[in-house]
Ligand binder design. Sequence first.
Ligand code: FES
Ligand code: FES
Length: 156
Amino acid sequence: MRPAQFSLTVNGRACTVEADGDTPLLDVLRNTLGLTGSRFGCGLEQCGACNVLLDGTAVASCTTPLWAAAGKMIVTIEGLGTLANPHPLQQAFLDEQAAQCGYCTSGMIVSAAALLQRTPAPTAAEIKAALDRNLCRCGAHNRIVRAVQRAARMAK
Ligand code: FES
Ligand code: FES
């Protein structure tokens, strides 16, 4: 396929990208737009490290083609909060020390943000179900669940 122009809205900013429409969104975010918070883990929609919000739904950006993201609202971990004004989930992950190597963390937070948007006060079971497809090889799961619960309380 020949390169074409695609209009994207990433973290509230409009931009135009010229690329093959089948290029994975993750590659565009990391390599073209310099948003390296979303991680490449498996490339097979199996680990959640690359998750971003697409119109509010957490999706694997490694298997989302550029053409499918055009015209939608894309939010990456960089768009959720800043150092000066972190998202409640970002602050809660820090407070609970809910990361070891941190490789899974941005995908975890993005998936949790989608959960809190649709279920502001989730149970532990709902959190585990929502994060079921996000893998953490460090075994930080209990702290991650506590962090999501803390963020839900902070956001009240
Ligand atoms: S890198 Fe996308 S799900 Fe693993
Ligand atoms: S903190 Fe290392 S993979 Fe989750």
